[in-house]
Design a protein around this ligand. Structure first.
Ligand code: GLN
Length: 216
């Protein structure tokens, strides 16, 4: 077998934008590295045997199989993405169906909402920033997430809330906490309001690789 990444190799099939001959190949996950917890996302993917690439310029987007937008501060990331010419290319790639995952601030950017910052609006999902309060209202909670067989420890830091999707919207709620969606999927876009990259538990990253990047 030529497969270097074991069970995750299938993820390359749907992910590689320039995959030839329908053959599986290893995905390259582009991680937006302007601000925030990008290094931890890279570590999580590398721990799963998958290449992760820092994205800081439009050229860094060439050939990536997926994009991850980390947690951090959405206003700063949005500003820097516009400053470095990444905002419109990211928007276009999302429209073209490139798989994307956003955690916390990354989810804010990939979703929609009023006020600052300008969002990518890649998913038809509205998020309210800092909806649980300030830094001192950060918390952890065990989460029951549909794709996972047992609880996932959710870390919420100045987290946003995802508003319930409009009826008929093509949005799947994959997990909720006290009635609020915390993990949703809209086609190839996966949003979490918690930080899977701050845990040692790779299952959300694995789900993204196997089902969003590699799936239909
Ligand atoms: N409150 C931050 C924002 O609005 C998000 C916090 C986080 O990513 N932990 O961007």
């Amino acid at each position: 077998m030529k497969d270097p990444v074991g069970p995750r190799a299938g993820a390359g099939g749907g992910g590689g934008r320039d995959a030839g001959g329908g053959r599986d190949r290893s995905p390259v996950i582009g991680v937006l590295a302007l601000q925030g917890s990008f290094a931890l996302h890279m570590k999580a993917f590398e721990g799963l045997g998958v290449d992760a690439r820092r994205v800081r310029t439009p050229a860094d987007l060439d050939g990536v199989s997926a994009i991850v937008i980390p947690g951090g501060e959405s206003t700063v990331m949005s500003l820097l993405a516009r400053k470095y010419g990444l905002f419109e290319p990211l928007r276009r790639l999302a429209r073209e169906g490139l798989p994307m995952m956003g955690t916390c601030a990354g989810a804010i950017l990939l979703g929609r909402g009023s006020g600052e910052p300008p969002r990518l609006e890649a998913a038809p999902v509205d998020l309210v920033r800092n909806a649980y309060g300030t830094q001192v209202d950060s918390f952890t909670a065990p989460l029951d997430l549909d794709p996972l067989a047992s609880a996932f420890q959710g870390i919420f830091i100045r987290a946003p809330k995802i508003l319930p999707p409009a009826s008929g919207a093509d949005v799947e709620v994959l997990g909720a906490h006290e009635g609020d969606p915390v993990m949703v999927r809209a086609g190839k876009i996966l949003l979490t309001t918690f930080h899977p990259e701050l845990t040692d538990d790779p299952r959300v990253h694995e789900y993204f690789l196997a089902s969003v990047v590699g799936g239909q």
